[in-house]
Structures are given as structure tokens and as C-alpha cells.
Design a protein around this ligand. Structure first.
Ligand SMILES: [Zn+2]
Length: 258
């Protein structure tokens, strides 16, 4: 139920490796309209951005709102001018996303990294509202993070500060998907939970019976399988979730102390 709408109204887009989520927000962050879609399979930047533009038009057609600015968060390494250095999820590299969008969309454009955008939103409208210092950890397939320090988003070198998923939790520990070992993500990211579960089942197939029965084969066990088994009180899944909680807690303590 939409309360009184505070102008100006803006577009927000969360652009991931397979999906685009377009929303209309008012000036106090109230969600007015939301629309999710799959992006073109080719992931070609021009096609993807054309798709985004069509989605914006659909949003306006379906509502009576008028937007006065456009912001986009993308899973990419991107500088403060909106130049994309690289995006493993989209296969994009080395072009100005801001410039491409400005040529397509007749609104002021702002683009940034998706995790940074989410950090900013959490600071402005969520758990961090009203504070000057905030650390946010986002757990998904990978682990992302953002930091607000002294009332500013921490940019860091190359605008890629606060990679909290890649703080070292264990010296010479589990191999991460980044070039390092022992990162928080290598223990508590979704892909790592799946890997730890598969190892545990291989080590002790009897204990892994239930996970195996859900997934059909060891290599099909994912973090979702672990979650499902956890909800059905499987002891191995309970152990894996408890350990994951401890890894996340240890990582979070390091972040808070840093
Ligand atoms: Zn790492």
C-alpha cells in the first residue's frame, strides 16, 4: 500500500548477471513500483541497456508516475565516473556505462557497483539510518560488503574498497575464487557452503545420507540443499549451518574491529 508520495520520483535498477530489477522510488525511499525481468542471453551491453530502457518505459506505462533521475547498480568493478573495468557475471569490460546510458535515457544518470548501491540504501533507509559509521555484509553466492566511515561511502583504491568477503579468515586456508586462500567467502559464501557440504558427504556418506537423497548426487548438493535439509533437522546440515554462522560471526568481528 503506497503512502503519500514524496517527490522527486526516481528509477532504480539492480542489474545482475541474468536479471534486471527496475523500481520506482519516491524521495524517502518508498517503493512505488517494481518489475523483474531476464536480460538478453547474449549479455551484449547495447542489447542489455536497450532492454533496461524498455523496462523503464513499461514501468511508466503501468503507472502514472514521472521519474526525474535514473540510478543503476551493477555487479561490476566500476569507477566513480561509471567506467566499467570488468564484470565477470556479465562478461563486460572497459567501456563507459554512464555514457552509453546517457545516450539512451533522457534523465540524469548515476551508476555504481551493486553492493555499493545496496550499502548506500541500507545507510539512507535501512538498518544504518542516522549513523555515520556502518559496515554491511551481503551473503549470497559470493560475499560482498560495504563500509560507511565518517559519513562517507568508503571508495578505496580503484573504487573497489570494502571487499569484505575477501578478508582473510584462515591463514593458508581454503582456496577462494579470488587469487587468495582462506577468505571469508571461501567458508561462508553460497558456493563455499556447497563445497563444504559435498566434502562432508564424501568424507562420511552415512552422515550425508539425507543431503544425498535430496540432491541425487554429491556434485548436485548446493547451499539450497543444505538449507532444505537444515529445515528438516538433518544433523549434518545443522552442523554445516552452525559452522557457517561461526565463520560469518568471526568475519564480522574482524570487520567491526578494523
Ligand atoms: Zn577471496
Amino acid at each position: 500500500m503506497v503512502q503519500e508520495v514524496t517527490e522527486p520520483i526516481t528509477f532504480g535498477v539492480d542489474l545482475g548477471g541474468t536479471k534486471a530489477n527496475v523500481v520506482l522510488l519516491d524521495a524517502v525511499g518508498q517503493l512505488l513500483f517494481s518489475r523483474k525481468s531476464l536480460i538478453p542471453v547474449s549479455k551484449d551491453p547495447d542489447q542489455v541497456l536497450k532492454h533496461v530502457k524498455n523496462e523503464l518505459n513499461e514501468c511508466l506505462n503501468k503507472t502514472a508516475y514521472k521519474a526525474s533521475a535514473f540510478g543503476l547498480g551493477v555487479a561490476a568493478q566500476i569507477d566513480s565516473e561509471g567506467f566499467v573495468f570488468g564484470s565477470p557475471n556479465l562478461g563486460w569490460q572497459n567501456f563507459s556505462l554512464t555514457r552509453k546510458l546517457e545516450s539512451l535515457i533522457d534523465l540524469p544518470v548515476f551508476v555504481t557497483n551493486d553492493v555499493r548501491a545496496a550499502t548506500w540504501a541500507e545507510w539512507q533507509y535501512g538498518a544504518g539510518k542516522g549513523v555515520d559509521d556502518l559496515a554491511v555484509v551481503f551473503v549470497g553466492t559470493g560475499i560482498g560488503g560495504g563500509v560507511i566511515a565518517n559519513g562517507q561511502v568508503l571508495a578505496g583504491c580503484n573504487n573497489s574498497g570494502a571487499e569484505l568477503g575477501h578478508i582473510t579468515l584462515v591463514y593458508d586456508g581454503r582456496k577462494c575464487r579470488c587469487p587468495n586462500k582462506g577468505c571469508l567467502e571461501a567458508y561462508a559464501g553460497g558456493w563455499a557452503i556447497a563445497a563444504r557440504a559435498q566434502e562432508a558427504v564424501n568424507e562420511n556418506p552415512k552422515k550425508g545420507d539425507f543431503l544425498l537423497s535430496l540432491a541425487g548426487a554429491v556434485e548436485n548438493i548446493t547451499s539450497a540443499t543444505v538449507a532444505q535439509a537444515f529445515h528438516e533437522a538433518d544433523p549434518l546440515a545443522e552442523l554445516l549451518v552452525e559452522q557457517t554462522g561461526k565463520f560469518l560471526a568471526a568475519g564480522s568481528v574482524s570487520v567491526v574491529n578494523a
